[in-house]
Write a protein that binds this ligand. Structure first.
Ligand code: P1T
Length: 384
């Protein structure tokens, strides 16, 4: 299909998907095969070996490219495998400027894996995009942005950061996991590489671990495709199928995540025992204007701290919710509650975390698509 002529909801359902050529099946089949028969050496139907190509993966890669307004999509076995593939574009001596609030696993692969290969990382606040330029030098090859950030919900100006990167010949990578392509398309704002943990909103049902990258530039695509095949961190066809299926309802789910997110955020803000609520949609969020510019909605991720700023008080809430399940991850239909300091961000040294504004007592919510009234009642009884 000529994807560009369709609106977002239609694209999410149809992009990349054609009736199966052998049967007409409307749903892309799960091509559960490791290899493909050739009539003579080199005489095949475009598929040789399933690490290199798989038709279920191809359909998903095309869908991802279309919904992120990119030319090429590449799938990986997890969000971290996708991050790893992007890092393999670099060489010893290269430098990366990174937002200082980011998923703990991303911090860990940068500091514990790639720093050992001679790559230097500068973790800096990016709320004021202009401040980024001071950390860029002749060795800077990449600016890595998470926006909104995990878990502090900072918003970074993709257009401004991308302009700085371009001026210095560096690439801008945006981790778009929290927003999803329904709410934000970083390539439209000048980013070069978009990465997702598709485990989250794209899959949407907490039943798959998956990652993906979307780019426009053919040369970057060629390098990443080579890494994808050579290093082999590819997802299986069933996982690709689950993400493909998840994408078909992304717009309806995200609309509800945004709606519920707003209701829960406003409830928490009024709660007498809550000191601070972090949510991108608040008019007094420091970068609300940028969020309004680059996002089409504010999502269902919220973090908050209680007035009684202690671990004990936080743990009491974390243990008391009945609907919000205490678990890592986010972006599924069901609501989750988490404790970044000990869970998703436990690999960041405490001093570093505190310095970057992530206290021990911070609670993170992934607001699902249940009835908002039930979610609010659950928080009410848990906070007390
Ligand atoms: O878990 P995985 O699919 O490998 O994705 C890693 C990842 C990358 N980027 C962001 C912004 C993420 O939030 C994650 C994973 N995050 C969680 C598991 C979490 O609960 O925050």
């Amino acid at each position: 299909m000529a994807d560009q002529q369709y609106k977002r909801g239609t694209l999410l359902i149809h992009a990349g998907v054609e009736p199966d050529p052998s049967t007409g099946a409307i749903m892309t089949p799960i091509y559960q095969t490791s290899t493909y028969v050739q009539a003579a050496p080199g005489d095949h139907k475009g598929y040789e070996y399933a690490r290199t190509q798989n038709p279920t993966r191809t359909a998903l890669q095309k869908a991802l490219a279309a919904i992120e307004h990119g030319k090429h999509g590449l799938c990986f076995g997890s969000g971290m495998a996708a991050t790893d593939a992007i890092m393999r574009l670099l060489s010893p001596g290269d430098e990366v400027v990174v937002s200082n609030d980011l998923y703990g696993g991303t911090y860990r692969i940068f500091t514990k894996v790639y720093a050992n290969y001679g790559i230097k990382f500068h973790f800096i606040p990016m709320n004021e995009a202009a401040g980024v330029e001071a950390y860029v030098n002749a060795n800077t090859k990449m600016i890595w942005v998470e926006t909104p950030t995990n878990p502090l919900l900072n918003v970074i100006d993709i257009e401004a950061v991308s302009a700085i990167a371009r001026k210095h010949g560096a690439k801008t990578v945006v981790d778009n996991t929290f927003a999803s392509p329904y709410l934000q398309n970083p390539l439209d704002w000048g980013a070069d590489i978009v990465i997702h943990s598709a485990t989250k909103y794209l899959g949407g049902h907490s039943d798959v671990v998956h990652g993906c990258i979307i780019v426009n530039d053919d040369e970057t695509e060629e390098k990443l495709r080579f890494i994808q095949n050579s290093c082999g961190a590819v997802p299986g066809p069933h996982d690709c199928w689950l993400v493909l299926r998840g994408i078909k309802t992304l717009h309806v789910r995200m609309d509800r995540h945004c709606e519920n997110g707003e209701k829960v955020a406003r409830f928490l803000k009024e709660h007498p025992k809550v000191a601070k609520v972090l949510w991108v949609g608040f008019e007094d969020h420091p970068n609300h204007a940028i969020a309004k510019k680059q996002m089409r909605g504010f999502g269902g991720m919220i973090s908050f701290v209680l007035k009684e700023d202690s671990m004990d008080a936080a743990v009491k809430v974390l243990k008391s919710t009945k609907l919000f399940a205490l678990a890592e991850s986010l972006g599924g239909v069901e609501s989750l509650i988490g404790h970044p300091a000990s869970m998703t961000h436990g690999s960041i040294p405490r001093e570093e975390r505190i310095k970057n504004g992530l206290p021990d007592s911070l609670i993170r919510l992934s607001v699902g698509i249940e009835d908002a009234d039930d979610l609010i009642e659950d928080l009410k009884q848990a906070i007390g």
